[in-house]
Design a protein around this ligand. Structure first.
Ligand code: AP5
Length: 218
């Protein structure tokens, strides 16, 4: 049975995806990013994707029942028990956290902890505005740090091209931050009360933040 199951919590642009990529490689955890799953569904034009796209483009959360269904089914698969899960972008509401607690108890997943990354709005807005992603492997880059831009070849995979997420426009970023403070930030108190929360300042340089994250897992 897996002994480590990790939730990465934090506002848009704080670095959840960036650190998830490394944690998955270093700890062998299964990466479940609801954002990536929903973007892939939207790009494929599935029923779920078509429903989700309007919410994502508006900077709002996709309805709980859609997201909870995806995660519930995926967590029941064998690899999660064997390797442990890294949840990136889920849960995002109290209802999602409660649904997750039920599934965790049913599946007897142990060693759950929540890493809460934080940074100022100014830092978050700068990072999100400069983010570029690979359309093939979901690798994450930044204009300021990596000197890349839209249309460049991905350096992490064969044939991938970099694009800017449609929700990384200034007006959508502002709405995503508002949504975060209203609906997701209450999870900090929820998990603190349950003794599961580890707070980490995510505003430093990425390697330094990652060191703090891995130190919290030992
Ligand atoms: P999702 O894809 O989960 O987006 P998010 O939570 O808004 O988070 P981001 O992916 O924007 O940021 P991140 O923290 O991963 O930062 P990153 O590492 O990329 O969700 C998108 C949408 O899907 C939601 O708005 C919602 O509509 C829907 N959705 C998803 N999950 C849902 C759920 N559970 N319920 C309902 N709806 C849901 O880093 C950002 C940039 O900063 C990058 O360029 C990176 O290179 C750079 N960077 C990272 N760390 C550092 C650092 N330390 N120093 C300098 N640069 C850094």
């Amino acid at each position: 049975m897996a002994e480590r199951n990790v939730i990465l919590l934090g506002p848009p642009g704080v670095g959840k995806g960036t650190h998830a990529e490394r944690l998955v490689e270093d700890y062998g955890l299964v990466h479940l990013s609801t954002g990536n799953i929903l973007r892939e569904a939207a790009a494929a034009g599935t029923e779920l994707g078509n429903k989700a796209k309007a919410y994502m483009d508006a900077g709002e959360l996709v309805p709980d029942e859609l997201v909870i269904g995806i995660i519930r089914d995926r967590l029941a698969e064998d690899d999660i028990k064997q390797r442990g899960v890294l949840l990136d972008g889920f849960p995002r509401t109290i209802a999602q956290a409660e649904a997750l607690a039920e599934v965790v108890a049913q599946l007897q997943l142990t060693g759950l902890l929540v890493i809460n990354l934080s940074a100022s709005d100014e830092v978050l807005i700068r990072r999100l505005s400069g983010r570029r992603m690979c359309d093939t492997c979901d690798a994450i880059f930044n204009v300021d740090r990596d000197g890349v831009d839209v249309g460049d070849d991905c350096s992490e995979c064969e044939g991938g091209k970099l694009y800017q997420r449609s929700d990384d426009k200034p007006e959508t970023i502002a709405e995503r931050l508002r949504t975060y403070y209203e609906q997701t930030a209450p999870l900090i108190g929820y998990y603190t009360q349950r003794g599961l929360l580890i707070d980490i300042d995510g505003s430093a340089e990425a390697d330094e933040v990652y060191e703090r994250v891995t130190a919290s897992l030992t």
